[in-house]
Write a protein that binds this ligand. Structure first.
Ligand code: 4NP
Length: 174
């Protein structure tokens, strides 16, 4: 049996996109239930910025999750921890290209991040979306609810793709 992996979803504020991704991925993997996916050890989310540290997800994120049957997701925003998050998580997944660039720059600037391996953990979520492009989950914060609905469709599709990759890697390692 392959070792279970840890997944960290990252956006800017950790109140809109990454908590939505976390809530959807928790649901997809039955996380915290008796039928939890055997290849998943830990799921969390954070932001590259600390503007909303300690805040609950944006009400529009919670509303779109609830509209899709996910009513009990709770989270408090936090900023990414360097180097700890790069050491503790196997996947550090940015929602857009800025998130990925910011994560890489934080890692490179930290003398404490282990030189080997961490950079390949930093991935763009859209890589798993099946569209064959560097799809980004755009920041919906300044727009209307429709932006959150678009983000939901993306994080669900990309989360399914990510889980498929995790399962395929585990099968290949058998
Ligand atoms: P998120 O959206 O990165 O998807 O959580 C944002 C939320 C708040 C801000 C920016 C993006 N802000 O600047 O306050």
């Amino acid at each position: 049996m392959a070792e279970p992996v840890s997944v960290l979803f990252v956006c800017l504020g950790n109140i809109c996109r990454s908590p939505m991704a976390e809530g959807v991925f928790r649901n997809l993997t039955n996380f915290g239930t008796s039928s939890q996916h055997p290849l998943i050890a830990r799921i969390d989310s954070c932001g590259t910025g600390a503007y909303h540290a300690g805040d609950s997800p944006d009400p529009r994120t919670l509303s779109v999750l609830a509209a899709n049957g996910l009513k009990d997701y709770r989270h408090k925003a936090r900023k990414v921890r360097v180097p700890e998050d790069f050491a503790e998580f196997d996947y550090v997944i940015g929602m857009d290209a800025d998130n990925v660039a910011d994560l890489k720059s934080l890692g490179r600037r930290s003398k404490k991040v282990d030189a080997d391996g961490w950079e390949s953990k930093v991935r763009l979520f859209g890589e798993f979306g099946g569209k064959g492009t560097r799809e980004e989950v755009d920041d919906p914060y300044y727009g209307g609810r429709d932006g959150f609905e678009i983000a939901y469709e993306q994080v669900k599709r990309c989360g399914e793709g990510l889980l498929k990759e995790i399962e395929e890697r585990a099968n290949a390692a058998k």
